[in-house]
Ligand binder design. Structure first.
Ligand SMILES: [Zn+2]
Length: 310
């Protein structure tokens, strides 16, 4: 995960440009939810503004950083995801997830909450776009929190900080930065990568727990598609680094430097992983070599040996 910078004013301006009158419609629907004391069950108008989020996130899933297809055909691959569920919330992890993931936390993760966050059903800062794998089987109607109680009902997510959510909200500056972006010890950083494997930035404390839960929740450390994508990104990066540091022609070296810059851009898939690898490469070369080898070994373990391909 990485942060996608946007101010609230800019987000609203882009929403209105995409779907004129959307914010007024959303305010009406929020009023209806407030009156009903529940999600109003009406039309999913958030789909109208899906392209805004797709563009802001460079067509990447907010949670797993996979790159999906963009417009005009990609809309179907992206779901507008309510960060805080608009309907009832189920406690996470349930018994099945605990058994499958071997989860045994010594800290609380929140209870069921039948009313759900109905005042956030039409709140643009409660939306992001996610891939179907992250959204449907995994995110579902779960929202683990460290706080002892959910709520209060509020139409502004900033009023819900006392819940201490575990999952990261990567749009704008409402939440901590998911990524280890600074070289100094930023207390806000949460999630980094050791090669293709996600891990917490911190050794202890709240943000370590946030990383542990986020990794478990979205199964970021075991999904083959994600591990493969990260391994391929590290593979490309390593070869660009070899060329950039070689005695090849200035033209080749420039090409390699452009490749390195491109691979770590926000627009690419698995940016957090690529930037983490680059940081390790610059700080601890032998460690980076081992991680690169592990990434290659992983790719080779997935694919048929080259000699057998026709
Ligand atoms: Zn995803």
């Amino acid at each position: 995960m990485i942060r996608y910078e946007i101010t609230r004013a800019d987000l609203e301006a882009q929403i209105e440009a995409e779907s004129p009158g959307w914010l007024a419609k959303a305010a009406k629907r929020t009023a209806a939810c407030r009156k009903k004391k529940a999600f109003d069950g009406g039309e999913s108008i958030w789909s109208d503004i899906k392209p805004v989020y797709m563009r802001l996130q460079h067509n990447k899933c907010a949670y797993c950083e996979r790159k999906l297809e963009g417009e005009p055909y990609g809309r179907v691959e992206h779901d507008v995801e309510h960060y805080r569920p608009k309907n009832g919330v189920k406690a996470w992890p349930d018994d099945r997830i605990k058994a499958e993931r071997k989860i045994d936390y010594e800290f609380p993760t929140g209870r069921d909450w039948d009313q759900g966050y109905y005042l956030l059903a039409f709140q643009p800062t409660n939306y992001i776009t996610a891939c179907k794998s992250c959204n449907t089987p995994l995110k579902a109607n779960y929202f683990p929190i460290a706080g002892t109680r959910r709520g209060p009902q509020a139409d502004d997510p900033a009023r819900l900080a006392s819940e201490h959510p575990y999952l990261l909200y990567p749009l704008g500056n409402l939440d901590d930065d998911p990524e280890d972006v600074l070289t100094d010890d930023d207390p806000e950083d949460v999630l980094t990568f050791d090669g293709i494997v996600p891990k917490p930035v911190k050794r202890s404390g709240d943000n370590r727990r946030r990383a542990v839960v986020t990794i478990d929740f979205f199964e970021l450390d075991t999904r083959e598609e994600l591990l493969r994508g990260r391994a391929e990104a590290i593979w490309a990066l390593k070869f660009a680094l070899i060329v950039a540091e070689s005695d090849l022609s200035p033209t080749d070296k420039t090409l390699a430097e452009r490749t390195i810059a491109r691979l770590q851009s926000d627009q690419r898939p698995h940016t957090n992983c690529v930037r983490s690898f680059l940081r390790i490469y610059r700080q601890d070369h032998p460690r980076a070599e081992k991680l690169f080898q592990a990434a290659m070994d992983y790719l080779e373990s997935l694919d048929a040996p080259l000699g057998t391909l026709r």
